[in-house]
Ligand binder design. Structure first.
Ligand code: 9WO
Length: 236
């Protein structure tokens, strides 16, 4: 079983991941276990303070190191206690290495993961220096916190875990592992608002269908994401 520990000021957000769809069923089946750690519970003042003003001035607040490292170290201790040989701590931030399917596959092989969600204007740099092994970005935009990026990463990992997705083919077949975008999909009815399903898909000629889909996928990729074809790598 995979063990995920998430450091977050908003643990309730993670029910979106653990209660719905593929990732919800995978948790029910015991394919992974997700535990949230709220730094607020590790703040030792009566007001449970977790943030403070930035040294040097500037807008907003920064997450203080003490409650964060106490939460991280508790998560690590519990992973060690449940047999995890080594845990990797990942901080989701716009400064990180850009997430790709290849990086998801690499991260999915790690034993135990501790995922750090930032809030406000960021976390004290010394937390990153002393506790974070890897910084990962899901794209070049700024959000109000790292929770959604953590869930994006976890969703991508969980669907690779054995037993999480029913058909093995639907994992390996998909766009970014094959190096091209997806071919177009159709279901009933045969005519929708005057638009017909392509004739080739109705015939049941499997070799022809496969050829048509490959051509569609390649053409779309040429038009929309030519960069994927240029950097194409047969083992990714
Ligand atoms: C906001 C800000 C405002 C004034 C001066 C400096 C500032 N830095 C930030 C900022 O980076 N806030 C982050 C919000 C702090 C960490 C959590 N937040 C976050 C994570 N936004 N976007 C991400 C993220 C993570 C992974 N991939 C893409 C985006």
């Amino acid at each position: 079983m995979k063990r995920f520990d998430v450091i977050t000021l908003f643990p309730e957000m993670f029910s979106a991941l653990t209660q719905s769809g593929v990732t919800g069923r995978a948790e029910d089946r015991g394919i992974y276990d997700l535990v949230c750690w709220n730094p607020r519970e590790f703040a030792d003042d009566p007001r449970r303070t977790v943030d403070d003003r930035p040294y040097g001035g500037g807008a907003g607040m920064v997450l203080m190191p003490d409650p964060l490292v106490k939460a991280i170290d508790s998560a690590k201790k519990r992973q060690a206690g449940s047999g995890v040989r080594n845990s990797t701590t990942i901080y989701l931030s716009p400064q990180g290495r850009l997430l790709t399917q290849q990086l998801v596959e690499e991260i999915s092989t790690y034993d135990g993961l501790i995922l750090l969600s930032g809030r406000y204007e960021g976390v004290d740099e010394r937390v990153i220096e002393t506790r974070v092994n890897q910084e990962v970005s899901i794209g070049d935009y700024v959000l109000s916190g790292g929770e959604l990026p953590v869930m994006v990463l976890l969703d991508a990992i969980i669907r690779l875990l054995p037993g999480a997705v029913n058909h093995f083919d639907s994992v390996v077949d998909e766009s970014h592992s094959s190096g091209t975008l997806e071919y177009p999909q159709y279901t009933r009815p045969e005519i929708f608002e005057g638009h017909r399903v392509p004739e080739v898909l109705l015939g049941g000629h499997h070799a022809q269908i496969k050829q048509w889909r490959n051509k569609q996928a390649l053409e779309r990729t040429r038009l929309r994401r030519p960069d994927l074809l240029k950097t194409k790598n047969s083992d990714s």
